[in-house]
Design a protein around this ligand. Structure first.
Ligand SMILES: *[C@@H]1O[C@H](CO)[C@@H](O)[C@H](O)[C@H]1NC(C)=O
Ligand SMILES: *[C@@H]1O[C@H](CO)[C@@H](O)[C@H](O)[C@H]1NC(C)=O
Ligand SMILES: *[C@@H]1O[C@H](CO)[C@@H](O)[C@H](O)[C@H]1NC(C)=O
Ligand SMILES: *[C@@H]1O[C@H](CO)[C@@H](O)[C@H](O)[C@H]1NC(C)=O
Ligand SMILES: *[C@@H]1O[C@H](CO)[C@@H](O)[C@H](O)[C@H]1NC(C)=O
Ligand SMILES: *[C@@H]1O[C@H](CO)[C@@H](O)[C@H](O)[C@H]1NC(C)=O
Ligand SMILES: *[C@@H]1O[C@H](CO)[C@@H](O)[C@H](O)[C@H]1NC(C)=O
Ligand SMILES: *[C@@H]1O[C@H](CO)[C@@H](O)[C@H](O)[C@H]1NC(C)=O
Ligand SMILES: *[C@@H]1O[C@H](CO)[C@@H](O)[C@H](O)[C@H]1NC(C)=O
Ligand SMILES: *[C@@H]1O[C@H](CO)[C@@H](O)[C@H](O)[C@H]1NC(C)=O
Ligand SMILES: *[C@@H]1O[C@H](CO)[C@@H](O)[C@H](O)[C@H]1NC(C)=O
Ligand SMILES: *[C@@H]1O[C@H](CO)[C@@H](O)[C@H](O)[C@H]1NC(C)=O
Length: 545
């Protein structure tokens, strides 16, 4: 969101009209204020080296003098200069200052008192370590158009009179520790286009003030403790592009025509709330959508057919109570085959039933993440999935899927994370696993795999977690397992493995967990296991060792 505000601020930059101008007569007040600021500031990289009385202060690094008021400081641009310390009150003596940017430094202490800065248009103090409250006196800077105080440690309430900053266009107070409510007075700042308050401790309802703001572009208040209904007027903001309400306690249903009343929406992020009802089919009309996150709510019914979402990149409907019925035959997925930029599809922990349709193979060639775990999917995985070799992260765990896996798995050579545990997959573990050289996490547990563990698994040099437990695997544990130098967890419990534990297993120096209980292992416990300094859990019970 930082980027969004920066974009807005850029738009006004011209308005501030700040240039270095040659001046004949200076003003001592400004120079003294700047020198006082310098004296109180730690400057390890010498960013303020040029701040020297022998040079006119209009030529000092980061200082811009005003054109309308020659010789007066109009801008102070010291973002990202490794400066620290507390800010002197004398900064408030720069009465012609229009643009103050001290972002991305290490300034600390209370926010400076800026109540004399009536000309201030842009205030960017983001990414510092300011603490304490936002002083009410900031509302005296009545010309402020953009205020960014994000990424500090500010606490206490947002000033109740914030709405008297009626020229505000953008405000970003995100990632602080602000408490209290969103002040209703904010409705008086009718020029607002961007309100970014995410990651604070704000409570109460979202005030129903959106009728005032026909030009609103972004409203992002995720990760707070906001409750109550989403004011219906939000859904009337025809120019809204970014709506971030995620991780709050908001309730209610979404209006059925939302996709038609928010035609410009790009980011629609409502995950982790208490919303219910159906997902409106009209969202399929919001053709600019890139991110739709409705996860972790209580949405019911079928996933609508999202027809025209050519820009959709990330769809997350996980942790709801969504269904797929025989009659609908996954037509919703059919709609998604036109989303050529879709890289993440997350439908986990719903009540989807029936077989995964062949359409998965027609999803975007950019698909990297497919999560359909925790549903009631059955039947075989369509072979067409093999066409999506872009997939990095595949989770089909905790369903009732059956059949062999080699047909669709072998060509997914970019897989890093594969979780198939808790299904009814059968047949052998294909040796072609050895080609999935990027795998870091592999779980095939709780299935009906049989036959030997293929020695090719030893080629998975990135593997950190291998879980093959609760299957019907037979034969010896291949010694090649000892080649898995990144291995941290090895689970082989409850199969029918026999023979001895590989002598060299102790070469996997990172191992923390080894579980091989409930097999038919014989021989002696390899002494090399004694070298595993990180080992925390070793379970070899119920064998014939
Ligand atoms: C700033 O520096 C430039 C060149 O270095 C000079 O021409 C100009 O007069 C200086 N401005 C002031 C206000 O001293
Ligand atoms: C300098 O600025 C102060 C405060 O704005 C003002 O009182 C004073 O007259 C100015 N002096 C000159 C020389 O511009
Ligand atoms: C700032 O202004 C106040 C009051 O106008 C004055 O007392 C103080 O000395 C000034 N500070 C600097 C550093 O000029
Ligand atoms: C403030 O300065 C930083 C670093 O120079 C820059 O990235 C940021 O866009 C500036 N903020 C504004 C509001 O212009
Ligand atoms: C706001 O500015 C006016 C005029 O300079 C001043 O009288 C008043 O005390 C200021 N208010 C606050 C809260 O600082
Ligand atoms: C917010 O406050 C809590 C406790 O008061 C503190 O642990 C946490 O570090 C604070 N977070 C920020 C970003 O200041
Ligand atoms: C908005 O401004 C009007 C007029 O200045 C004022 O009467 C009203 O109290 C303000 N509203 C809020 C909610 O602060
Ligand atoms: C939304 O806009 C329509 C048309 O402008 C208006 O009739 C309706 O009352 C508005 N709804 C809300 C909740 O603001
Ligand atoms: C999508 O938009 C079209 C054209 O405006 C409209 O006819 C259709 O009813 C809309 N679909 C939904 C589900 O609202
Ligand atoms: C996909 O796009 C094509 C071409 O624009 C269109 O004919 C087809 O109906 C679309 N499919 C879906 C499911 O919207
Ligand atoms: C899973 O689907 C089967 C039918 O395919 C059904 O009998 C069973 O009740 C479903 N289980 C759950 C938990 O929904
Ligand atoms: C272990 O081996 C014994 C004899 O070799 C056999 O009777 C038993 O069924 C085996 N147990 C398992 C779990 O395979």
């Amino acid at each position: 969101m930082v980027i969004l505000l920066a974009f807005l601020l850029l738009m006004f930059y011209g308005a501030a009209n700040i240039h270095c101008a040659a001046v004949s007569h200076g003003n001592r007040t400004d120079m003294l204020a700047l020198l006082d600021f310098k004296a109180a500031t730690n400057d390890p990289t010498g960013a303020l080296r040029s701040w020297d009385r022998r040079v006119h202060y209009c030529n000092w690094t980061g200082v811009a003098c005003s054109q309308e008021n020659p010789g007066r400081v109009g801008g102070l641009h010291l973002g990202g200069e490794s400066l620290s310390g507390e800010i002197t009150p004398s900064l408030g003596n720069l009465t012609y200052l229009q643009d103050l940017n001290l972002s991305s430094n290490g300034f600390s202490g209370q926010l400076p008192s800026l109540n004399q800065l009536h000309e201030l248009l842009i205030l960017d103090l983001s990414s510092n370590s300011f603490h304490g409250i936002i002083p009410d006196s900031i509302t005296n800077c009545s010309n402020l158009k953009a205020m960014d105080l994000s990424r500090n440690m500010l606490e206490g309430p947002i000033p109740t009179k914030i709405g008297s900053l009626y020229n505000l266009i953008g405000i970003d107070l995100s990632m602080n520790n602000l408490t209290g409510v969103i002040p209703p007075s904010i409705s008086n700042a009718t020029h607002l286009q961007m309100i970014i308050l995410q990651e604070n401790e704000l409570q109460g309802g979202i005030p129903d003030v959106f009728g005032q703001w026909s030009n609103m572009i972004g409203f992002v208040v995720g990760k707070n403790r906001l409750s109550g209904r989403i004011p219906p007027s939000i859904f009337n903001l025809t120019s809204l592009q970014y709506l971030g309400l995620y991780v709050n306690k908001l309730q209610g249903e979404l209006p059925h025509d939302i996709g038609n009343t928010l035609p410009e929406i790009i980011l629609f992020s409502l995950g982790e709330n208490m919303l219910h009802g159906h997902i409106p089919a009209s969202l399929g009309n919001a053709s600019r959508l890139q991110l739709m996150d409705l996860s972790d709510n209580s949405f019911v019914g079928e996933i609508p057919i999202f027809g025209k979402l050519p820009n959709l990149e990330n769809l997350n409907l996980g942790y709801n109570m969504l269904e797929s019925s025989e009659s609908q035959r996954w037509e919703s997925l059919y709609g998604l085959t036109n989303c050529s930029n879709l890289y993440a599809l997350t439908l986990d922990n719903n009540q989807l039933q029936g077989a995964i349709p062949d359409l998965v193979g027609k999803l975007s060639t950019k698909l990297t993440r497919l999560h359909m775990n925790g549903n009631n999917l059955s039947g075989i995985v369509p072979l067409s999935l093999a066409n999506r070799s872009s997939i990095i992260d595949l989770d089909l765990s905790n369903n009732s899927l059956t059949g062999k896996i080699e047909g669709w798995l072998g060509s997914l050579i970019n897989l890093q994370y594969l979780d198939l545990h808790g299904n009814n997959f059968a047949g052998s573990i294909p040796p072609s696993f050895g080609n999935l050289s990027e795998l870091t996490i592999l779980s095939l547990a709780q299935n009906e795999f049989e036959g030997p563990i293929p020695p090719t698994l030893g080629k998975l040099s990135q593997l950190s977690r291998l879980d093959l437990s609760y299957n019907n695997l037979q034969g010896e544990i291949p010694p090649e397992i000892s080649e898995l130098k990144q291995l941290i967890s090895l689970y082989l419990s409850s199969s029918r493995l026999s023979g001895k534990i590989p002598d060299d297993l102790g070469k996997c120096q990172g191992l923390i967990t080894i579980q091989m209980d409930h097999n038919n292992l014989t021989g002696v416990i390899p002494t090399s296991l004694g070298n595993l300094l990180s080992l925390d859990m070793l379970n070899l019970s119920y064998n014939d060792l």
